[in-house]
Design a protein around this ligand. Structure first.
Ligand code: AMP
Length: 197
């Protein structure tokens, strides 16, 4: 099962990806996590992307191609994987289709989590307040201004993937504003159906 989780920042893609990892035993490929790991390790790639990420902009398609192509070929991806926030432009979607085709594989399903932006901002501010109360360190892009910027970037650069995958008849929509378990249950039904094909 190869699937993409699509949806704006804060929609719960990462949370749902982790649920799928548990229930289906396939890995979560999050380019955001890979890039944050590169920054923490102080690598040259990390230095290159640090400022871009802090501003809430997208890193280049070439960087994503570099980090995702090898990852997809790793042994633990043989039984499938979840692309979590890893496809954010049409150029990247075409690149993923190409890489999968070269491996005689293809995408099974794309799940879009639909959300209400104002409600997401409320959730973000609650999360920031809770993290501060615990004394946790915040992500460099965890503030309302950058979050709003990331929403705009999603609308402009990532939302065009919706018609792209609709045309491939792979897009399924799930209301992302329910509880974590409600959303997970709806995703589970879609994955069961895709697996039956
Ligand atoms: P995320 O954790 O998925 O929200 O990603 C955090 C940040 O990493 C994004 O705001 C981008 O700056 C960068 N990023 C992650 N994945 C991608 C991608 N596929 N294309 C471009 N930029 C990305």
């Amino acid at each position: 099962m190869i699937l993409i989780l699509l949806g704006p920042p804060g929609a719960g893609k990462g949370t749902q990806a982790k649920k799928i990892v548990e229930s289906r035993g396939i890995p979560q490929l999050s380019t955001g996590d890979m890039l944050r790991a590169a920054i923490s390790s102080g690598s040259e790639l990390g230095d290159r992307v640090k400022g871009i990420m802090a501003r809430g902009e997208l890193v280049s398609d070439a960087v994503i191609e570099e980090i995702i192509t090898e990852r997809i070929k790793a042994d633990d991806c043989a039984g499938g994987f979840i692309l979590d926030g890893a496809v954010r432009t049409v150029v990247q979607a075409e690149m993923i289709d190409r890489v999968l085709a070269s491996l005689n594989r293809s995408l099974d399903v794309v799940i879009e989590l639909t959300v209400d932006e104002d409600e997401l901002v409320n959730r973000l501010n609650t999360r920031i307040a809770e993290a501060k109360a615990r004394g946790d360190e915040l992500r460099s892009d965890d503030n309302e201004e950058t979050f709003r910027k990331r929403q705009a970037v999603y609308r402009e650069q990532t939302a065009p993937l919706i018609p792209y995958y609709e045309a491939q008849e792979k897009l399924r929509r799930v209301d992302g504003m329910g509880s974590i378990d409600e959303v997970a249950a709806k995703i589970g039904e879609i994955l069961d159906k895709s697996g039956e094909k």
